[in-house]
Design a protein around this ligand. Structure first.
Ligand code: UFG
Length: 332
């Protein structure tokens, strides 16, 4: 299949592009490179441009003979979405609707959508099943939920075949250390802790140890980026016209912030100073996936089950690329 991967030069998108190639598909990337890196997809077809550029989308659909679309081009920082919601409404909803319209007009109805556990808000039941009410507590989660709802309607009315995949905490890097996580600024726990291990930061600040969890720090479900990509690939192959699948993607095991820092100490063998800070606004204490539906429907079982396995791959990437993609020959 010719698969348009919007946001394909970003962190998760670039791992997806690799996997599509390995599976014999032809990825066509559209990315504005605001967060993505040209070097993460070298050798692949890359159109640099905006998701909301309808003329560009039409040109790509026609010239590349697109069969299906995967969408990774959303903004995804909870805190930023509270401070600057317009950025999230405009890109995550408005631009995505332009994409869906371009799909409709070009007769493309297969769509794999990156959704998030942030659509659940503060869940009542842990581990979280797909049947948990979706009551997002920040603009980011809400914008993702709007598109999930739009897809339900597009499936019923226009025969769209879609998968909405609700990620938990994406982490790790390709095991060969070639591609990995490089955000600017970095806000995610594992890369920040590994930057401390490399001596690029003096310490990691733990955002609160007064939560109702065994060690007082927040618990998350860290899912390897290649496991996420594999779920997309299988979902793509299972899409049925006129219907949608909505699935959680996580390991089912939660790790506290302290446990993650200790895993990074064990894997890197480096000292990692920590400082206790205050709670970060909007952080739920525990987010753990029940992914049994993905197992049943897609036969999907994460290969990376422990956070140590995930950190191992992230550490390989950080050691080989201490300055991220700016080390590579293809600097933007
Ligand atoms: N944390 C720290 N110190 C840091 C960074 C993070 O203590 O310097 C803590 C956070 O408070 C949180 C945990 O580490 O408890 C994980 O934080 P991340 O920022 O790595 O990830 P989040 O759980 O906040 O966010 C992720 C995705 C979002 C998604 C969200 C769903 O990045 O896109 O999960 O809740 F929406």
């Amino acid at each position: 299949m010719n698969v348009l991967v919007v946001g394909g030069a970003g962190y998760i998108g670039s791992h997806m592009v690799r996997m599509l190639v390995q599976a014999g598909h032809h990825p066509v990337i559209l990315d504005n490179l605001c967060d993505g890196h040209r070097a993460s997809v070298s050798g692949q077809t890359l159109h640099v441009g905006e998701l909301a550029d309808r003329e560009l989308l039409d040109r790509i659909f026609k010239s590349e003979g697109i069969d299906a679309v995967m969408h990774f081009a959303a903004f995804a920082q909870v805190g930023e979405s509270v401070i600057d919601p317009a950025k999230y409404y405009v890109n995550n909803i408005m631009a995505t609707l332009v994409l869906l319209e371009a799909m409709r007009d070009n007769g493309v109805t297969r769509f794999v959508f990156s959704s998030t556990c942030a659509t659940y808000g503060e869940p009542q039941t842990i581990p979280i099943k797909e049947s948990e009410p979706q009551l997002p507590v920040n603009p980011y989660g809400f914008t993702k939920l709007v598109i999930e709802r739009a897809l339900e309607d597009y499936a019923a009315a226009y025969g769209f075949a879609y998968a909405a995949l609700r990620y938990f905490n994406a982490a790790g890097a390709s095991p060969d250390g070639d591609i990995g996580e490089d955000h600017d600024p970095e806000t995610h726990l594992i890369p920040i802790v590994l930057q401390v291990a490399l001596g690029q930061r003096s310490h990691v600040t733990i955002f609160g140890d007064d939560y109702e969890t065994p060690d007082g720090t927040c618990i998350r479900d860290y899912i390897h980026v290649d496991d996420l990509a594999r779920a997309h690939l299988t979902a793509l192959e299972k899409l049925q016209p006129g219907s949608g699948i909505r699935l959680n993607l996580g390991t089912g095991t939660g790790y506290s912030v302290r446990e993650v820092i200790n895993a990074c100490r064990n894997i890197s063998g480096r000292e990692i100073p920590e400082v206790m800070g205050v709670r970060r606004e909007g952080d739920p204490p525990r987010l753990i996936a029940d992914s049994s539906a993905a197992k049943e429907l897609l036969g999907w079982v994460p290969k990376y089950q422990s956070v140590e396995d995930v950190v191992q791959t992230a550490w390989a990437w950080h050691c080989q690329h201490p300055r991220g993609y700016h080390d590579g020959p293809d600097v933007q």
